[in-house]
Design a protein around this ligand. Sequence first.
Ligand code: GRF
Length: 214
Amino acid sequence: MTQRIVVLISGSGSNLQTLIDHSQKGDLHGNIVGVISNKADAFGLVRAQNASIPSLVLDHKTFASREDFDLALIEHIDSFKPDLVVLAGFMRILSAEFVRRYQGHLMNIHPSLLPRYKGLNTHQRALDAGDAEHGCSVHFVTEELDGGPIIIQAKTPILMEDDSASLQARVHTLEHKIYPLAVSWFCSGRLRVTDDGVMLDDNCLPSSGFELKA
Ligand code: GRF
């Protein structure tokens, strides 16, 4: 059965676009049934409209607390009856209640090789540390910020001439490869999280997830 996916965004939505493209090609094993943004000017909303996907804005600034916003968010998400909730550049810290509501059905993409560089400014931090490589990770979301079990990573070498912008551009390209893959694994029933870790086709993945080779 085709899985129902809700995508949460705050900005450009290039990862959303990749998921839309794969869904339209039929290789996501899922349909994006709703897009929710906490920012009214997020370009991802235009991408959703262009693809005739229902979308809505829920502005966190109009709520008294994080918990109130998250409760409203849960209501809107649940109205789409999703099997999977995908965070694609959704720039909000989620409450414990929200995370528990979708545990095992909630994914995020992060622009670093987790567990390195949780939080913001990941590209500059990798450069400042003199790392030889950088990359991105898709993970199941838990209550620990950027700390949930990792599904898949892709790496790129850091070059002498790299700056934060060039590194970000390369990592973004990798994000567009690993997110559709992770979502398609989930939607085709190949991926799940257990107490032992992330299982892909009944094999337990290493703690760094599956590594997508260039
Ligand atoms: C990506 O770099 C993602 O890793 C991070 O937010 C950014 C979203 O980019 N969580 P986009 O809106 O999908 O283009």
